[in-house]
Design a protein around this ligand. Structure first.
Ligand SMILES: *[C@@H]1O[C@H](CO)[C@@H](O)[C@H](O)[C@H]1NC(C)=O
Ligand SMILES: *[C@@H]1O[C@H](CO)[C@@H](O)[C@H](O)[C@H]1NC(C)=O
Ligand SMILES: *[C@@H]1O[C@H](CO)[C@@H](O)[C@H](O)[C@H]1NC(C)=O
Ligand SMILES: *[C@@H]1O[C@H](CO)[C@@H](O)[C@H](O)[C@H]1NC(C)=O
Ligand SMILES: *[C@@H]1O[C@H](CO)[C@@H](O)[C@H](O)[C@H]1NC(C)=O
Ligand SMILES: *[C@@H]1O[C@H](CO)[C@@H](O)[C@H](O)[C@H]1NC(C)=O
Length: 474
């Protein structure tokens, strides 16, 4: 009997040891059945803004708003044809579906495309749009009553983004630095949400400050094939499986880990990123939430101001900081400058601050905030500064991001390559024409027409000159 027990025990030990963990090398989520800790609402029982704040935003609980936009007439406008014919000229930011490839070339620039060109190329595209939503489209986007029927949430809308692909996009398991309300407009997405309290088990990447380093905020695991032997703690992670259909919105609190998979075919979501309030309940004002509040009617986003908007061309403000946070920073500088905050004192304090970018212009900052033009900055002036003033300050103090500009191409086509091609071309002919150069630049270096033109203009010193003698190029 005793011997038999030992044998059974040994057998179990070897079987248990050899067994691979459930869900090993399968997509994230196969390690254990999905839980149902994410609350779901319809328009009939959705929380009021104050309930939403107390039960979801402050304690950081996710929530699904099923079909809240389904009956809005604007939802019918979210088709490729409608968007292309009404907003086709506007530009959006473009990225490669394969994360290891650089941002692809759109109609005009690397990392940029016009909506028209993106729609026309969608069936064959290996790219997707992750961009600020052009503000011209705010009138097409209804916002759920829970966020906007009353209360001060709209005073904290930081940025509105559009995620758009032709099918099959996949994200890392990650968390974001703003709260967001993501609404599905076309197609379906599957969201895998990690239950709060399990963040320590997701193998978050260590933040790497160096060039090309990771931001932190994302898990090391491959979400399509999770190595549960290398990452055993994942087996314990409680998660929920949420499928989003057009007209549904999902609230994802700041710091909440999630992994997203787009379904097959055209897929578009719009996400409002809004402020982080910490434990500061007073940050959002609900004084107007009295009497009968209309919890049935969404309001169009165009009724509200957003901290960082985008008009479809020029410099994008993707990933800029919360204006209310940078107001607090500006206040610190003024407080440090104390009672005598004249231009010269302010400049001294401002230029002495650590970690500031080289192009910050403290004179511009001073002039921006000195609303009464008396040559003195007061804390009142900063406390009372408008978003327009804070945006100027935000641009001064934030890093310049190539991905937000049309200069991105400079970072992927090197000066050395351009020089080499130029040398070849002027070696071949007596004259170099603008047209030939641009064609070669596009064909050989896979550059954009925009940049080819720009290089030629720099070379000859004028936009009007289209031909230059090879001998004259040095
Ligand atoms: C999640 O839900 C979707 C839709 O109901 C289903 O197709 C999918 O298999 C589920 N995923 C997992 C890992 O349970
Ligand atoms: C992504 O691009 C890299 C670099 O070109 C390549 O090695 C890899 O196979 C690609 N991955 C996929 C899934 O296509
Ligand atoms: C696994 O999780 C525990 C906490 O539950 C933690 O102490 C441990 O460091 C984690 N292991 C790894 C490899 O991250
Ligand atoms: C967008 O704004 C830029 C300046 O930021 C301006 O040059 C451009 O003309 C504007 N474009 C549209 C379509 O309004
Ligand atoms: C800073 O901005 C002021 C105007 O606000 C301008 O006169 C000055 O030339 C700028 N300084 C630099 C270094 O660009
Ligand atoms: C604050 O701004 C408002 C409107 O911009 C203005 O009416 C008010 O006088 C300002 N208050 C102070 C103390 O500057």
């Amino acid at each position: 009997m005793v011997v038999e027990h030992v044998i059974v025990g040994l057998l179990c030990l070897s079987v248990c040891y050899a067994a691979t963990p459930v869900g090993h090398l399968q997509p994230f989520g196969f390690h254990r059945p999905a839980g149902s800790f994410v609350k779901e609402f319809t328009l009939d029982n959705a929380p009021t803004p104050l309930e939403f704040s107390n039960n979801f935003v402050l304690p950081k609980n996710a929530a699904v708003f099923r079909g809240n936009l389904a009956n809005e007439p604007e939802l019918k406008h979210w088709t490729n044809d409608y968007i292309k014919s009404n907003y086709g000229e506007l530009e959006v930011r473009l990225r490669a579906l394969n994360e290891s490839l650089p941002d692809p070339l759109g109609e005009t620039h690397y990392g940029r495309d016009t909506i028209r060109h993106f729609v026309d190329n969608m069936p064959s595209s290996n790219s997707y749009v992750v961009s600020e939503l052009p503000q011209q489209m705010y009138k097409e986007f209804p916002v759920i009553p829970t966020l906007v029927t009353c209360g001060g949430f709209p005073k904290h809308f930081a940025e509105v983004d559009i995620w758009w692909n032709g099918g099959g996009g996949t994200s890392l398991l990650h968390e974001d630095s703003f709260h967001q309300l993501s609404c599905q407009m076309i197609g379906e997405k599957q969201w895998k949400m990690v239950e709060p309290g399990y963040e320590d088990l997701v193998y978050e990447q260590v933040e790497d400050e160096s060039e090309g380093g990771t931001d932190g905020g994302a898990s090391e695991i491959d979400p399509l094939s999770v190595d549960l032997i290398k990452y055993p703690n994942i087996s314990k992670v409680s998660w929920s499986n949420i499928t989003m259909h057009p007209g549904d919105c999902l609230f994802i609190p700041r710091g909440y880990f999630h992994q997203v998979n787009s379904g097959r075919g055209n897929n578009l979501a719009v996400a409002i990123q809004f402020g982080e309030f910490g434990d500061d309940k007073s940050a959002v004002d609900f004084a107007d939430c009295t009497g009968d509040i209309d919890m049935k009617t969404p309001k169009l986003l165009s009724e509200f101001d957003v901290m960082w908007k985008w008009n479809g061309s020029g410099y994008m403000n993707f990933g800029m900081p919360d204006l209310e946070h940078i107001r607090a920073e500006a206040l610190k500088t003024v407080i440090e400058c104390d009672k005598d905050c004249s231009l010269s004192t302010f400049e001294r304090v401002c230029n002495n601050e650590q970690q500031h970018n080289w192009y910050r212009n403290c004179t511009t900052i001073f002039k921006t905030f000195d609303s009464d033009l008396d040559g003195k900055l007061t804390t009142k002036e900063v406390e009372n500064a408008t978003w327009e003033q804070l945006r100027v300050y935000g641009h001064e103090v934030s890093e310049f991001l190539e991905v937000n500009s049309v200069l991105f191409e400079c970072t992927i086509i090197s000066l050395r390559e351009v020089k080499k091609l130029l040398k070849q071309e002027i070696g071949k002919y007596d004259y170099l024409t603008r047209k030939r150069w641009v064609t070669k630049y596009q064909r050989i270096l896979a550059g954009s027409k925009f940049y080819g033109e720009r290089i030629f203009t720099q070379l000859v010193g004028s936009e009007k000159t289209d031909k230059v003698r090879s001998k004259d190029i040095t």
